[in-house]
Write a protein that binds this ligand. Structure first.
Ligand code: AMP
Ligand code: MG
Length: 492
């Protein structure tokens, strides 16, 4: 038996200037360290075969599976506001597309698989630490129910990569609805290639927004569609305390998935100004800035689409602005609805927005842990006598008490039982998130001791974020002062 991927490659059938044909660069001693077996099955792949030596060679980029049509995709992008007309897959190679058990087309991509024509000065490789980080955080996001690329496998290459120090090299197999980004549109737009923009837009509509193909103005509808998905996505990020860290336009997926886990992190104490990424010196991509940046990125997408809107430039700009103007309402609706659910409201009333905002303000002022506050609030909704566990998260507990009195009064206006409310809240307020100090500890064990037991255990806990899992209760704890991670790194 050999490993078989039922590839059907549509991106590689687009015009030759959309990508460069390039195969992974073989590595010396591939070893599979993790296979996502449930995901493999969902993709129609045989997990047992992927775990053989041949499977490891494929997943580390040493051997090419039959039917693969390996390419590096071309794209451009604004990085921290600066436009770079050519980025592209500098260390990733798309092997091909498969149709999953839900009928959804998914890219299978190797990340860290060697240089491509887009590598610029990079080595095309990835270090083990960032590969494990992406594996953990993307799978945690999926378990939280947030649209995201997935991780099918992590393999070490047997070769070192040189960063600030010498590190073990690794390859991540990433699965995505597609790897088309805002920056992919920018690549063609920057070259004045309107035909390229149109071909890309048609491909994206067929693949991600098929219902729009028959609408009167499909390209307008496409912009609307992407805006809707990004507004929803960023609201979901905020609702779990996620900070992407590098929201460049090349890291903004057209399908609406979270993509490119670099210096990403989950917040411990609630503070909208939180930044972890070492390279984000100005806080451009701070937690609370993410909605504004998403709109900025979508505005760049709109600029690319203008020539498809109308030959009359003024008219095209007016139409684009009207569509972009819908972002704020879409984001706010998703975010506020999510916040209402987080504090256990089943209905919407005047004053709810202020009620939640006052809680967030009190949390910020009192260094309350974001995740624990909402999780424990769920218990307090079930039994107000148990609210000491929430109070103790606030440096000044009276700030919580004042708020809680108003909250309980508001809850009393709804007919649901405390039990019903508690369960609803527990289903949206996770107990377990990939806390930075846990992720760092896992990476340290793997990198320095070749010990993957902590990695496996963390993945297991994070696969059921809304369940209590008493045996793993410590994973819900915030870092102790000396465990606190202050900065995260791209690691590229
Ligand atoms: P990222 O920060 O991962 O979103 O990457 C930004 C750009 O840099 C993309 O075009 C990547 O392909 C490229 N890149 C990042 N790391 C490397 C590397 N080690 N070798 C080559 N290209 C890289
Ligand atoms: Mg990127």
């Amino acid at each position: 038996m050999t490993v078989h991927f039922p590839f059907q490659n549509t991106y590689a059938a687009l015009p030759a200037n959309f990508f460069a044909r390039v195969a992974p660069t073989p590595v010396s001693a591939p070893r599979l360290i993790k296979l996502n077996r449930p995901l493999a099955i969902h993709l129609g792949l045989d997990p047992d075969l992927l775990e053989t030596a041949e499977g490891a060679e494929i997943l580390a980029g040493k051997a090419l599976p039959a039917g693969a049509d390996p390419i590096a995709m071309a794209y451009a992008g604004h990085q921290f506001g600066q436009f770079v007309p050519q980025l592209g897959d500098g260390r990733a190679i798309l092997l091909g597309e498969v149709i999953d058990r839900d009928g959804v087309r998914r890219d299978i991509q190797l990340k860290g698989s060697g240089p491509t024509p887009f590598s610029r000065r990079g080595d095309g490789r990835a270090a083990l630490g960032p590969v494990l980080r992406e594996y953990i955080v993307s799978e945690a996001m999926a378990a939280l129910g947030i649209p995201t690329t997935r991780s099918l496998a992590a393999a070490i290459t047997g070769e070192n990569v040189i960063r600030e120090t010498v590190l073990p090299g690794a390859v991540l197999t990433r699965v995505a609805a597609s790897h088309i980004r805002v920056g992919t549109f920018q690549y063609f737009a920057a070259r004045g290639d309107v035909e390229g923009v149109r071909q890309l837009a048609d491909h994206v509509i067929a693949r991600h927004y098929p219902d729009l193909a028959l609408t009167e103005r499909p390209y307008h509808a496409l912009l609307k569609g992407v805006i809707g998905r990004q507004a929803e996505l960023v609201a979901r990020w905020l609702l779990v305390g996620f900070i992407h860290g590098v929201m460049n336009t090349d890291n903004t997926s057209i399908s609406g998935e979270t993509i490119d886990y670099g210096p990403c992190a989950f917040m411990d104490d609630y503070d909208p100004a939180t930044v972890f990424s070492s390279i984000d010196e100005l806080g451009r991509y701070a937690y609370g800035n993410q909605p504004r940046i998403a709109l900025w990125n979508l505005t760049r997408l709109a600029e690319c689409l203008l020539p498809l809107f109308s030959e009359d430039k003024e008219k095209a700009i007016e139409e684009a602005q009207a569509i972009l103007g819908e972002f704020a309402g879409k984001f706010t609706a998703a975010y506020q609805a999510g916040l209402r659910r987080k504090i256990g409201l089943f209905t919407a009333r005047d004053g709810d927005e202020a009620l939640v905002q006052d809680l967030l303000d009190a949390m910020a002022k009192n260094q309350a842990d974001f995740t624990l506050t909402f999780r424990r609030l769920s218990e307090a909704a079930g039994d107000p006598a148990s609210d000491h566990s929430v109070r103790e998260l606030f440096t000044d507990a009276s700030a919580y008490d004042e708020w809680a009195a108003r909250w309980l009064e508001r809850l009393a206006a709804e007919p649901q039982s405390p039990e019903e409310r508690r369960n609803a809240m527990r289903s949206v307020n996770p107990a377990f998130i990939p806390r930075n100090h846990r992720v760092e500890a896992v990476i340290a064990a793997a990198t320095t001791k070749d010990d993957y037991a902590p990695f496996e255990e963390l993945l297991k806990v994070l696969s059921r974020p809304y369940e209590d899992q008493p045996e793993f209760a410590a994973y819900a704890d915030p870092p102790l002062p000396d465990q606190r991670v202050m900065q995260t790194f791209c690691g590229t």
